[in-house]
Design a protein around this ligand. Structure first.
Ligand SMILES: Cc1cc2nc3c(=O)[nH]c(=O)nc-3n(C[C@H](O)[C@H](O)[C@H](O)COP(=O)(O)OP(=O)(O)OC[C@H]3O[C@@H](n4cnc5c(N)ncnc54)[C@H](O)[C@@H]3O)c2cc1C
Length: 438
C-alpha cells in the first residue's frame, strides 16, 4: 500500500515536472528577452512613446503573450507574467497586439499623460466628424510610409462599399495629396472604378520627395491594388519614387500635380465643393491625404523669417560645401540631415538639441550619429535652443539661460510639422488633444 502511494506521488511529481518546468522555462526565457529589449529601448530612447502606442490594462492581462508574438516591431514584452510596452516609440500602429489579445487588455492610444498630441477626430473607417470627409496617412497621427499606404487602401475599400448617396452628376471622390497615403487611395479608387480626381500641390511622392538625396527609406511590404506587391524593406528614395511613378503609369492614373486645394466645403449631405488655385471640383466625398509636414514647425525666434539661410528641408546635401552649418532638432530628420551634410567636403556641422541625448530615433541612425560624434565630424550642443538668428550666426541659450554665439552660414530646422489646423477647422473637422488615456 505504502509503495503504491509512493508510486502515485512519484508519477504526480513527474507529471508536474514535465508540464510545469517547460512553462516556467518559457516564461523565464520571455522575461530575459524583455530585459534585453528594455536595455535596447533605454539605450536608443525608445522607452517613451512618440505618438500612437499600446497600453496594457494589468487588471485584465492574463499573460498569454500573444501580443508579444504578433508584434513585428518588438514593442511589447512579458514581465511578471504580464505584457508591458517595452519600446513604445517603435509602435507603428498596425494594432496587431490590440486585435490579438483574447481578453481585450490592450488599447492603442496617442500621446502620454503629460504630452498631448493634437489630432483630427477620425473614426475607424477614417471618416472625420464631417460625414463624407476622410483623413488618411500622417495627418491622422500615424507616420511612416507603409502605414500611410495601408490606410489609403483601407479607406477607399470602405468608401467603395458605401457609394450611392448624394446628388447626381458629381464625382464620387476628390483625393487631396499624392504622398504614399494619397497615391494608395488613388490606385485603390481606380481599381474600384470610382470616378475621382487626385489633386497634388507638388508632385507624386509627398514627403518622401523631400528626403535628402539617396536616403534609404526603411519600410515594409505593401500590396498595391491593380499592380501587385511591393516587397522592399529598404530602398533608396529615388528608386521608391520611380516605382511609384511606374505604378501610376501602369494603373493609368492621372494626378493633377502642381494644383493646391485651398478649401473644402460641405454644401449638403454628400456634396462637397473643393476649391483649388485652378478651379472647383464637386464630389460626394473627400479624402484628405495631405500629411503634416507641409507646414514645418518654426522656431519663432527673432531673425528667423528675415534670414534667407534658414531652411526646413534638405534635398541636395551636395549643394552645401565649405559651410558652417547648424542643424536644429534631434529626431530622425535632423540626424539624417546632419549626417548627409557632414559627408560634404569642408562642412563644419553642429547640431543644437534641447535634450541631453537623442531619443526615439531609429537604431541605425543612432549608430551612425554615435560614430560621427566619436570621429568628430558632427558636434552636438546638447540642451540648447536658438533664441536669435543673424545673417551668419545663431545665438543659442542653454537650460541655465547662458547664451553663446555659433557661426552658421546655413541653419536647418527639423522640429516637426504643424497640423494644418485652420484648413481642417474651416472644413468643419474637430481637433482633439490626446493625452495617452484610453
Ligand atoms: C526626413 C524624413 C525621413 C523619413 N524617413 C522615413 C522612413 O525611412 N520610413 C518611413 O516609413 N517613413 C519615414 N518618414 C515618414 C514618412 O515620410 C511619412 O510618414 C509619410 O510620407 C506620410 O505620408 P502621407 O501620404 O500621409 O503624407 P505626405 O507624404 O506628407 O504627403 C502629403 C502630400 O499632400 C500634398 N499636399 C499637402 N497639402 C496640399 C494641398 N492643400 N493641396 C494639394 N496637395 C497638398 C503634399 O504636397 C504632399 O505631396 C520620414 C519623414 C521625414 C521627414
Amino acid at each position: 500500500m505504502e509503495q503504491d502511494t509512493l508510486v502515485i506521488w512519484a508519477i504526480g511529481f513527474g507529471l508536474t515536472l514535465v508540464t510545469v518546468v517547460p512553462v516556467v522555462l518559457r516564461l523565464r526565457h520571455k522575461e530575459r528577452q524583455t530585459d534585453a529589449l528594455e536595455l535596447k529601448a533605454l539605450k536608443y530612447g525608445l522607452h517613451e512613446p512618440a505618438s500612437l502606442h499600446p497600453i496594457v490594462d494589468p487588471a485584465r492581462c492574463i499573460g498569454t503573450s500573444t501580443c508579444v508574438s504578433v508584434c513585428p516591431e518588438d514593442v511589447l514584452g512579458i514581465r511578471l507574467g504580464q505584457a508591458i510596452a517595452v519600446s513604445p516609440a517603435r509602435c507603428i500602429g498596425h494594432g496587431l497586439c490590440e486585435r490579438s489579445c483574447p481578453v481585450e487588455a490592450i488599447q492603442l492610444v496617442f500621446g502620454t499623460e503629460k504630452r498631448g498630441v493634437d489630432l483630427p477626430r477620425v473614426k475607424g473607417n477614417f471618416e472625420t466628424n464631417v460625414e463624407g470627409l476622410y483623413i488618411v496617412g500622417e495627418l491622422g497621427g500615424m507616420g511612416l510610409v507603409a502605414n500611410a499606404f495601408e490606410q489609403g487602401r483601407q479607406c477607399i475599400d470602405g468608401i467603395a462599399r458605401e457609394t450611392g448617396e448624394g446628388p447626381e452628376g458629381l464625382l464620387d471622390l476628390v483625393i487631396v495629396g499624392c504622398g504614399p497615403a494619397g497615391l494608395s487611395a488613388s490606385v485603390t479608387a481606380a481599381s474600384q472604378n470610382l470616378e475621382f480626381v487626385t489633386v497634388e500641390k507638388e508632385d507624386i511622392g509627398g514627403t518622401v520627395r523631400h528626403y535628402p538625396r539617396k536616403k534609404i527609406v526603411m519600410t515594409r511590404p505593401v500590396t498595391v491594388p491593380g499592380y501587385g506587391k511591393l516587397s522592399m524593406r529598404e530602398i533608396q528614395k529615388e528608386q521608391l519614387i520611380d516605382i511609384w511613378k511606374e505604378v501610376v503609369k501602369s494603373v493609368g492614373l492621372e494626378v493633377a500635380t502642381g494644383e493646391t486645394v485651398a478649401a473644402v466645403q460641405r454644401i449638403a449631405p454628400f456634396h462637397f465643393r473643393v476649391t483649388t488655385d485652378r478651379g472647383v471640383y464637386e464630389s460626394h466625398r473627400v479624402v484628405l491625404a495631405i500629411g503634416r509636414r507641409g507646414i514645418p514647425r518654426k522656431l519663432s525666434v527673432p531673425g528667423e523669417d528675415e534670414s534667407p539661410h534658414v531652411v526646413y528641408s534638405l534635398r541636395e546635401p551636395e549643394a552645401y560645401s565649405n559651410d558652417s552649418i547648424l542643424v536644429v532638432g534631434g529626431g530622425d530628420s535632423a540626424v539624417e540631415a546632419a549626417l548627409a551634410l557632414a559627408e560634404q567636403p569642408g562642412n563644419r556641422v553642429k547640431m543644437s538639441y534641447r535634450r541631453s541625448s537623442f531619443s526615439r530615433i531609429k537604431p541605425g541612425n543612432h549608430e551612425r550619429i554615435e560614430a560621427a560624434l566619436k570621429q568628430g565630424t558632427i558636434d552636438v550642443l546638447w540642451e540648447t535652443a536658438p533664441v536669435e538668428i543673424g545673417s551668419d550666426h545663431v545665438v543659442l541659450e542653454d537650460q541655465a539661460g547662458a547664451r553663446t554665439e555659433e557661426r552658421a552660414d546655413c541653419v536647418f530646422v527639423f522640429i516637426g510639422g504643424e497640423l494644418p489646423t485652420d484648413f481642417l477647422r474651416s472644413a468643419g473637422v474637430e481637433i482633439e488633444t490626446h493625452f495617452g488615456a484610453p
